[in-house]
Design a protein around this ligand. Sequence first.
Ligand SMILES: C[S@@+](CC[C@H](N)C(=O)[O-])C[C@H]1O[C@@H](n2cnc3c(N)ncnc32)[C@H](O)[C@@H]1O
Length: 210
Amino acid sequence: MEELEPSELGTQEYWNTRYSKEIEDFSNHGDPGEIWFGEDIVDRVIRWMNKSDLIKKDSKLVDVGCGNGMLLVELANDGYTDLTGIDYSDKAVELSKKIAEKQNLNIKFFNYNVLESIPDSYQIFHDKGTYDAISLSENSKENRLKYIENISGSLSDGGILIITSCNWTQSELNEQFHEKFNLLSIIPTPQFKFGGKVGNVVTSCVYQKK
Ligand SMILES: C[S@@+](CC[C@H](N)C(=O)[O-])C[C@H]1O[C@@H](n2cnc3c(N)ncnc32)[C@H](O)[C@@H]1O
């Protein structure tokens, strides 16, 4: 399996610049910024969570690389109570705090690099687009392996990882995560047809820590 070509999306500078602009937009127009992969994916993930026996409204959940924190805002509005967002961009943390405060939501946000440390343990990890961004960094293989090790290290026993990716297929994700995780479920995502073949634009997989 080949690594992806590094791109600016794999750098902290890119995200700081981007979220600085989004802070301005939020202050000026109340626009929270981009919902990566669209709102439909967020709805599908939350619907899956609501149906799962393994997830409770008070399960301790962290959104890794939370960006503007909108997934957590949706979860809080849906009744989830123990929510944390972490991001290595201090601008993302600033933006997500502002958005959650404006809605009086009780969500914790921290400025952490998932490749360095996650100083707490969680029952659920959610990732939408962060493993993708890490896969576009320099030394991507090393960073991907570190990500998998750190996430599995701070998941409690039997904990769940919900990951949505546009860069890796289901089978590529399985290959990358299988040593530490069992595939539990695939959240259906919209499909497109190209050259007679049916493919997915994004992949959402749910894994359970071994
Ligand atoms: C494609 S964006 C997705 C943001 C958010 N999850 C969403 O769906 O809107 C990728 C996010 O991952 C964050 N990120 C990338 N590498 C990270 C790392 N090593 N530790 C923590 N956050 C990281 C970026 O700052 C950015 O907010």
